[in-house]
Design a protein around this ligand. Structure first.
Ligand SMILES: *[C@@H]1O[C@H](CO)[C@@H](O)[C@H](O)[C@H]1NC(C)=O
Ligand SMILES: *[C@@H]1O[C@H](CO)[C@@H](O)[C@H](O)[C@H]1NC(C)=O
Ligand SMILES: *[C@@H]1O[C@H](CO)[C@@H](O)[C@H](O)[C@H]1NC(C)=O
Ligand SMILES: *[C@@H]1O[C@H](CO)[C@@H](O)[C@H](O)[C@H]1NC(C)=O
Ligand SMILES: [Ca+2]
Ligand SMILES: [Ca+2]
Ligand SMILES: [Ca+2]
Ligand SMILES: [Ca+2]
Length: 430
């Protein structure tokens, strides 16, 4: 696709600067006032000791009877068995977290997401650094109205050395039963590959596997990119280093296969893609792609693409935002930074805030929007001891008090911290 090269980008920014300079001189008094920006900053409330915490996610109404939320947390290590926890808050008090492991025999879980409409957790796991954990699987956990796990059901069939980082529950064939759409990858010294599959729900937790296409390997989203009523897959390909769109040319995805899925490349110049989100960051009614790449060399970053009306012919304009991320202990194999970037709204703000997990850079940064043109002020929320690994940060209103909260997994330190934006109006100078 057509991308702004970095030179184009620089001149674009310069042009923008000259445009705004004139205006600034006229309104110098106002600018002085505005140079102190009122920003919302989170503060730490509590922590829990948990070994190897990796990925966290909000589980809305996990306790259905009490209408209370939980946060799901997965742990992983190169050796040994891994665990999945639900973390809840006594009396919805974030200073009183409690963790309960509901699976202590998981194998390298990379994701655990709760779907309240189905009362199911979807877990996807496996990873190549340990050959005995390289063949991953997808499991469903049934959750009852009291937030108890009543069963664990393995729904994938093993494919040797293929592991899963992302699986979503979605009814692909419109029969009322949720199916699974998943990406899986295989990585060896010499090669790597990725596959997008769907598992057709035949009822009674029986699933039949279908290959959709090759390419997606680690992370993807299933979204309607061009608002035509039909979903596309946008894949952040880690091993094959491509950001790409997959379009099903049939009337629905359950009818598609490798011959009827078309690929549109967005970018293959930014190394290993890690994570992405489609969201309207600046409140102009158009959604952007919020993306991270993950690099060992210190130039991993967060960036935004404007999505053209026609994704096949239009330009995706890229805006790198915030500083770069350098992994500590970068010489160890498999290290990279940053991890995920995720956006959310705070009350009274027009533009979305972005929280970035530094992964092996051992830092969590908050990107505070300054305007509707993707300019952000960056604040360090926390750093891990020795800048060692921090996992995926969950955000959401955990205790339903109207304020966004954060769960920060300090992987290397063996603890999770709970932070909140409650009552933390602070002045930050630019
Ligand atoms: C929440 O728990 C903390 C620690 O036990 C306590 O100090 C605080 O008063 C509690 N807050 C509320 C609103 O009950
Ligand atoms: C998808 O196609 C199947 C098979 O033709 C059909 O039964 C189903 O209703 C369609 N689903 C949707 C969501 O359109
Ligand atoms: C990651 O993305 C940033 C911003 O787009 C880019 O400058 C950097 O070169 C990329 N890293 C790699 C390893 O390609
Ligand atoms: C983390 O690294 C940064 C430089 O990248 C350094 O300034 C900072 O002191 C380090 N923090 C800790 C807690 O080691
Ligand atoms: Ca279905
Ligand atoms: Ca579409
Ligand atoms: Ca927008
Ligand atoms: Ca809250």
């Amino acid at each position: 696709m057509f991308l702004f090269t970095s030179n184009n980008y620089q001149s674009f920014r310069k042009f923008h600067f000259f445009q705004t300079k004139k205006v600034m001189i006229k309104h110098i008094a106002i600018c002085l006032l505005l140079s102190i920006v009122s920003a919302q900053i989170p503060t730490k409330l509590s922590e829990l000791t948990i070994k190897d915490p990796g990925f966290t996610s909000l589980a809305s109404n996990f306790f259905k009877n009490q209408q209370k939320n939980a946060v799901l947390l997965t742990t992983f290590g190169v050796t040994g068995l891994d665990s999945i926890y639900q973390i809840s808050f006594q009396n919805n008090n974030l200073s009183k977290p409690q963790a309960t492991a509901f699976d202590t025999k998981s194998i390298w879980p990379n994701q655990a997401d709760y779907y309240q409409q189905y009362q199911l957790i979807v877990e996807a796991g496996g990873f190549f650094p340990n050959p005995s954990k390289a063949t991953g699987d997808i499991n469903l956990y049934q959750v009852n109205d009291d937030g108890q796990i009543t069963s664990k059901i393995k729904v994938s069939k093993d494919k040797k050395d293929f592991f899963y980082h992302k699986a979503i529950l979605v009814d692909l064939n419109g029969d009322g039963l949720p199916d699974i759409l998943a990406a899986r990858a295989q990585k060896s010294v010499l090669s790597s590959s990725g596959e997008l599959i769907w598992l057709e729900n035949k009822g009674n937790f029986q699933f039949e596997e279908h290959l959709l296409t090759n390419g997606p390997d680690v992370f993807f989203i299933f979204v309607d990119l061009d608002n035509d009523g039909k979903q596309e897959v946008v894949a952040a390909q880690y091993f094959s280093k491509e950001l790409a769109i997959y379009t099903c040319q049939k009337s629905n995805w359950s009818l598609c296969n490798p011959t009827t899925i078309q690929k549109t490349l967005i970018d293959n110049t930014v190394g290993s893609l890690f994570n992405l989100e489609l969201t309207d960051l600046n409140g102009d009614g158009k959604k952007e792609l919020l993306v991270t790449n993950n690099s060992a060399s210190g130039n991993g970053q967060v960036f935004i693409y404007e999505v053209p009306d026609n994704y096949n012919t239009g330009k995706f304009i890229k805006y790198p935002i915030g500083s770069t991320y350098k992994p500590s202990l970068a010489l160890l194999p498999g290290r990279g930074a940053p991890g995920t970037a995720s956006s959310f709204s705070l009350s009274g703000t027009k533009y979305k805030y972005i929280i970035v997990s530094g992964d092996d850079a051992g830092v969590v940064r908050l990107l505070i929007p300054q305007d509707g043109s993707f300019n952000y002020k960056e604040v360090i929320v926390c750093e891990s001891k020795d800048n060692n690994t921090i996992g995926e940060v969950a955000h959401g209103d955990f205790n339903k008090d109207g304020f966004v909260d954060l769960m920060i997994p300090f992987y290397a330190e063996g603890k999770v911290e709970i932070w909140s934006f409650k009552k933390q109006q602070q002045e930050v100078s630019q």
